[in-house]
Design a protein around this ligand. Sequence first.
Ligand SMILES: [Fe+2]
Length: 293
Amino acid sequence: MSYPVDMTVTPEVSAHFDEDTNTISYIVKDPSSNHCAIVDSVMDIDYAAGRITYDHADALIAEIQSRGLTLDWIIETHVHADHLSAAPYIQAKLGGKIGVGEKIMIVQDTFGKVFNEGTEFQRDGSQFDALFKDGDTYQVGNMQGFAMYTPGHTPACMVHVMGNATFTGDTLFMPDGGSARADFPGGDAAQLYDSIQKVLALPDEMRLFMCHDYGPNGRDIQWETTVAEEKAHNIHVGGDKTREDFIKFRTERDATLAMPRLIIPSLQVNMRAGEVPTDADGNPMLKVPVNKL
Ligand SMILES: [Fe+2]
C-alpha cells in the first residue's frame, strides 16, 4: 500500500489532555480553511456512581465554536478500552461524521458475545457514519486525510494522517513510553510490531501525536514527537530492537498488566460509536459480565 503523504500541509493541532484517563483529544484544523476534525474525544464517567458528564467534550466544543470552525469529522482511532468516546454528544452539537476502521465489525462480534448483547445490537459497524479501509482518504476542508490500517493493539486500529501530522492512536507511545499492550481479544504483538513499522516508514519529519501519555519516570505529560525520534529512541522498537525482541518483551509484559479501570463501560459504549446502551425501557444502562474478561 502506498499512502498519499503530503508533508507540505501543516495543520494546526490543538491538544486537550484528560487527566482522569491520560487521553489526549485533538482538534486538527486545515491550514487553508476553517474546517477541522476531532480525533479521539472523551466522555467523562464516574464509574462508581454510574454518572456520565461532558466537561472534556464541552471544552472541545467551546474551542471549535469560539474559533468559528466547521467540524467535518469525529474520528476514533480504535475502540478504546480505557475511556468513553463523546462522539455522538459532539456530533449532536456540531455535526460532522463519525469514522472508525472497518474492522470494527470484529470488535463488535467479540464484545457482543462478552456482553451477551441481543440481536438488536448490530455487528456491522452501522452505528458509525464511515468505516475506513487501509488507505482510504477523506477531506477536512481542503486538507486530505488518510487512514492506515494498524492492527495489533486491537484488530480495528487505524492511524490517521493529515498533512504532516499523524495521530497514532495506541500504536505508539512517546519514545520513553514505548508501545501499547497487545493482549486484548484480537490483539497480537507481532501484528503490532508490523503496524508500528508502517508508521515509522512515514517521513522522518512527520509529527506524531499520541493518544495517551502516562509521564514515565515522573516527567511531565507530553504528546508530540516525530518519526525520527521514535526510530532512534523508542524503548520498545527504536534503535537496534528486533521484531523478535519486541514480541518477547511485549508478550511477557502484557501478562503482568491488570485490566484498564474503565474497560467494562468503555467497550459497551465505544463499540456503539459512543452511544450508551439502554435497557428494555430505554433507560441508559451498563452491564458487568462476571469472569468474562
Ligand atoms: Fe486503546
